[in-house]
Design a protein around this ligand. Structure first.
Ligand SMILES: [Zn+2]
Length: 343
């Protein structure tokens, strides 16, 4: 197992989110990635490499150029406009029956390019966001050239980010960028298996009309859980993509036995697609003690999960998504990676 990691994610810190009537520290904090990095280093599971820098076109292959420029400039524009606060966040959204124009004010553009309030910008955000995408791209390039399992230790995460909307702690969709890279590098069919607790709405929407990238997601039923407006069973894809998106909404409280059954179903569908590239969007927020979610998986279940996925017989590109039980996130990630290596 090769892990790709960079300290640059620490620049994206001091994030705040609303909790009841006050702003509190976001659970999407630097300690998450640092704890995983520390655990992997100590485990001796394999080498850790720094990411290399990829061209912007690898990112604008799945995100709009206007959105890319917005992300790059958001914090500077917030400051230039004399806005107050350490977290730049939207004031209004282009939802409802309003127009998707690009306002001059950064407070308006923050809403144009987001679907919720949980992807704010601080001074160092762009550096971390861009490096996180480079981590996924570096991992994809190694999977392609060395045919090995690679773990992209990405932060911030990516699976909620769509073609031109941030949200759910996500800005650039690292997993989608990696999947597209594999396609452009010669893979004929790529499957993205999303096992985060939350539906990977961004990844689904990016590939919704395509039949060369299968998107499969296991997650808490969106009728009960974030992101609420995406992730239902009756979202099969459209146009040429009809039949190439599969959602497995699961009830709150799901434990390993039921989860494993859904995972086996998901893998059977994925095998039927016969991919030559496999990206796993790994969220560790399915853990029983995660402070933000309501599934019941234990550390040993991640080992079983990795083993089950390894039966696909492909080099696995694992991209980190969510997971907020900081004290356990390292050992859970390691258990999963050991499972992948087991076969
Ligand atoms: Zn999640």
């Amino acid at each position: 197992m090769i892990t790709i990691f960079s300290d640059d994610h620490e620049q994206h810190s001091g994030l705040l989110e609303a909790n009841g009537d006050v702003f509190v520290a976001s659970p999407e904090c630097p300690e998450r990635a640092n704890e995983i990095s520390r655990t992997i280093r100590e485990s001796g599971i394999g080498e850790m490499r720094a990411p290399r820098a990829f061209e912007d076109r690898r990112i604008t292959a799945v995100h709009s150029p206007a959105y890319f420029r917005f992300l790059q400039q958001a914090w500077n524009d917030w400051q230039a406009e004399g806005r107050k606060g350490s977290n730049a966040r939207p004031q209004a959204y282009a939802g409802g029956e309003m127009r998707e124009v690009e306002p001059r004010s950064i407070a308006g553009r923050l809403g144009r390019y987001a679907f919720d309030d949980s992807a704010p910008f601080v001074a160092g955000s762009w550096r971390a966001i861009r490096r996180s995408a480079d981590i996924a791209l570096t991992a994809a390039d190694i999977v392609r050239s060395e045919k090995q399992h690679v773990f992209a230790l990405c932060r911030p995460p990516g699976h909620h980010a769509s073609r031109e909307r941030a949200g759910g702690y996500c800005y650039l969709n690292n997993g989608a960028i990696a999947a597209q890279f594999l396609r452009d590098a010669g893979a004929k069919k790529v499957a993205v298996l999303d096992i985060d607790y939350h539906h990977g709405n961004g990844t689904q929407s990016i590939f919704y009309q395509r039949n060369d990238v299968l998107t499969v997601s296991l997650h808490a039923d969106p009728s009960d859980e974030y992101p609420y407006f995406s992730g239902y069973e009756d979202e099969p894809g459209e146009g040429r993509g009809q039949g190439f998106n599969i959602n497995f909404p699961l009830p709150l409280g799901t434990k390993w036995k039921a989860y494993e059954k859904a995972l086996q179903d998901a893998l059977a569908r994925t095998r039927g697609f016969a991919p030559d590239g496999l990206v796993v969007a790994l969220g560790l927020d399915t853990f029983a003690d995660d402070p933000t979610t309501r599934f019941g998986l234990a550390t040993e279940d991640y080992l079983a999960m990795g083993k089950t996925i390894s039966t696909m017989g492909l080099p696995v590109l694992t991209v980190l998504e969510g997971g907020y039980a900081v004290a356990n996130i390292g050992r859970n990630a390691l258990a999963f990676l050991k499972g992948i290596e087991a076969a």
